[in-house]
Design a protein around this ligand. Structure first.
Ligand SMILES: Nc1ncnc2c1ncn2[C@@H]1O[C@H](COP(=O)(O)OP(=O)(O)OP(=O)(O)O)[C@@H](O)[C@H]1O
Ligand SMILES: [Mg+2]
Length: 139
């Protein structure tokens, strides 16, 4: 499925829709350049999962992962600053996968080797200042 969104709010709405189909144990892998809208989409996913302060979701670049409490918990990874796979193993990545919740990973291409095969693959592309082309593939 390929969708073009025309504003950040629009991308939040798309995230909300995607979240309605997610269940505990699901993994969402996000790719796209800086500013493509990955975190914006995660805000929408958080909203859809019932996270009240979804607007405060921001990139956990330095801590690598942040947890949000919703009807279904959200574990939001951003591994842009990851230097090696050991770092993500050290923060308990495997444990997060085993926990009740949805795992969303920004810059997932940096950990393809340890990403479970079964995941939702979302790629965001910048078309112009307000438009993003978003492809959603269930793997
Ligand atoms: N259609 C759109 N969808 C999403 N964001 C948009 C859109 N149009 C404009 N924007 C703007 O683009 C920026 C997207 O930033 P965001 O932090 O979500 O990107 P990101 O992919 O997470 O970047 P990073 O790689 O730095 O983490 C925001 O400033 C947002 O307002
Ligand atoms: Mg981000």
């Amino acid at each position: 499925m390929i969708i073009t969104t025309t504003s950040a709010e629009d991308t939040i709405k798309l995230g909300e829709k995607i979240a309605k189909r997610l269940k505990s144990g699901d993994i969402v892998a996000l790719s796209g350049d800086l500013g493509a809208g990955k975190t914006t989409l995660v805000k929408g996913i958080a909203k859809g999962l019932g996270v009240k302060n979804y607007r405060y979701v921001n990139s956990p670049s330095f801590v690598l992962v942040k947890e949000y409490r919703g009807k279904i918990p959200l574990f939001h990874f951003d591994i842009y600053r990851l230097n090696n796979l050991k770092e993500i193993e050290d923060i308990g990545y495997e444990d997060y996968l085993a926990r009740r919740g949805v795992v969303v990973i920004e810059w997932s291409s940096k950990m393809t080797r340890i990403l479970p095969k079964r995941h939702l693959d979302i790629a965001l592309k910048i078309k112009n200042s307000n438009e993003r082309i978003i492809s959603v593939k269930g793997i």
